[in-house]
Design a protein. Structure first.
Length: 191
């Protein structure tokens, strides 16, 4: 059954994002406890929830396309057109600076699904699943203000342009959806 777009966003997309943030937080807790078994388990949990969140946030465009809400331009007929329309609304860490995170998240979701990407490689920011999600500190490699501080492991995306914190990418794309739809939703983060 297809949920209405707003219900899907609130009940499916946001909880998937929250589950990732909670798993990412448990990874920090495991690291602080210095329990190697817990760190390993928490790392796997964070990667699994990261992949699920990437899928749900990226594929929300297909839910929107099928629902045809009043705020979506009527001439849009394909998911690619939805993502292209959303892209200019994606701003870095809630600033006024545009970012390419809609496209990057799509490349992450596609690489996780297909393992090795074979089409549009020159346009993609990642090309294979071993280049996508990893647990890393990102220390000295992430952009200013991105991800966790203090050399704590987190889920990062290995893009052609360098490492990016998945938490930041997801936040930027979710915020773009909120702007696009004019949603007056609370800033829902981890539970």
């Amino acid at each position: 059954m297809q949920l209405p777009w707003d219900e899907h966003f609130i009940e499916i997309v946001i909880p998937a994002w929250q589950a990732f943030l909670a798993a990412d937080r448990r990874l920090s807790e495991a690291t602080n406890a210095r329990d190697q078994d817990w760190i390993k388990r928490a790392g796997y949990d964070a990667l699994r929830e990261a992949g699920a969140a990437a899928f749900y946030v990226h594929h929300f465009a297909e839910v929107v396309l099928r629902s045809k809400p009043i705020w979506l331009p009527a001439e849009i007929e394909r998911p690619r057109e939805v993502w292209d329309w959303l892209a200019p609304k994606c701003l870095m860490l809630r600033t006024e600076r545009r970012c390419a995170d809609v496209s990057l998240l799509g490349d992450v979701a596609d690489a996780l699904k297909h393992a090795v990407l074979t089409q549009r490689l020159d346009l993609r920011q990642v090309t294979a699943n071993e280049e996508v999600l990893v647990v890393s500190t990102g220390w000295g490699e992430l952009g200013w203000g991105e991800g966790k501080w203090g050399r704590v492991p987190q889920v990062v995306v290995l893009a052609k342009a360098g490492k990016r914190a998945l938490s930041t990418i997801l936040q930027n794309v979710i915020d773009a959806w909120r702007r696009a739809a004019g949603m007056k939703l609370p800033d829902i983060g981890a539970p």
